[in-house]
Design a protein around this ligand. Structure first.
Ligand code: CDT
Length: 309
């Protein structure tokens, strides 16, 4: 057995006016609770330090920059790093990153038990649009504020296993999980901010959204024989509602725990990384069964095309 006790630390809503220091204090409260229950790793959501600001249309570069972290850790976040190291607990969380050379990413980092940044991921699949869109009930401007991630889907050895990250919309794409599966990933962690209704007017509602969320995560876990830990920012941010659905999926695709509600809270579960071995050595033994000579279109073609007449 290679047991990892994971705390999936859901954040309730963060209002636009709430400062990072306050949010970090909330995160430390969740970290303390998870650590008191034996957590080795605590997973926080996408853009954990602020409200989901891509819903707001902005043109002023100073205003836009105010939502981004220029260094990590910084003074506001250092208390979280200190608390995690004191507990001997690894953490992962998402934030908006502005690089020293002026690039903007939707990023997650993995901080190991010693407080070192052991992994970094920049969101590849950016949903939404880049300009104001009258046809939407609300705006989702990730394509305006972020560049597509430039790091691929790396995995990293830590906590005695192989870990990888993705962020929110990435979970809907099988390629995300497969690229990490091909690196023998044993646990994928991710955070999400998912509006409970679609921004396109007349779009789907919360039940359908939760269904697609679970479906994507369960399929990704099963088809790649990996644990998946998915953590929400939930509830109503300045009258914009985000669904909950913080959950943990085992390598057979079963949901082993789901946090009810839309407030701050922690779901703690012990995951045996050796449970990934059966799937990886049988039905999803990629080396024996994949037929890459038939998969060329996956990387040659982006959008779907009609077959030739
Ligand atoms: N944050 C994020 O990626 N949210 C998307 C919403 C898509 S609707 C434009 C998601 O896939 O959950």
């Amino acid at each position: 057995m290679r047991n990892i006790t994971v705390g999936a630390a859901q954040l309730g809503p963060i209002q636009k006016a709430e400062g990072r220091q306050n949010v970090v204090a909330r995160m430390i409260t969740l970290l303390d609770e998870a650590a008191s229950k034996g957590a080795d790793l605590v997973v926080f959501p996408e853009l954990a330090l602020t409200t989901f600001f891509p819903r707001w249309y902005m043109t002023d570069s100073a205003e836009i920059d105010s939502w981004f972290e220029k260094e990590m850790p910084n003074a506001a976040v250092q208390p979280l790093f200190d608390a995690a190291r004191k507990h001997g607990c690894a953490i992962t969380f998402g934030f908006a990153e502005k690089t020293p050379d002026g690039h903007y990413f939707n990023t997650s980092i993995f901080v190991d038990k010693e407080g070192n940044i052991a992994g970094k991921y920049r969101k590849v699949h950016l949903p939404g649009h880049s300009e104001w869109d009258d046809n939407r009930a609300f705006q989702h401007l990730e394509k305006r504020y972020f560049e597509p991630g430039d790091l691929g889907f790396p995995v990293y050895r830590t906590l005695g296993g192989i870990f990888g990250m993705c962020i929110c919309n990435d979970r809907r794409w099988p390629e995300t999980f497969r690229v990490m599966g091909l690196q023998n990933v044993e646990m994928v962690t991710l955070g999400f901010n998912t509006p409970s209704v679609n921004s396109e007017k007349g779009g789907e509602g919360i039940e359908q959204r939760l269904f697609h969320h679970r479906l994507s995560l369960q399929a990704g876990a099963y088809q790649n024989a990996t644990w998946v830990v998915a953590v929400a920012k939930a509830g109503s941010e300045d009258d914009h509602h985000l669904m909950g659905g913080t959950l943990i999926v085992d390598p057979n695709g079963h949901i082993v725990g789901e946090l009810p509600g839309e407030d701050d809270g922690v779901l703690v579960h012990t995951c045996d990384l050796d449970e990934t071995k059966f799937g990886k050595s049988t039905i999803f033994d990629f080396a024996r069964h994949r037929r890459i000579e038939h998969y060329g279109l996956i990387t040659e073609r982006t959008g779907a095309e009609e077959p030739a007449e």
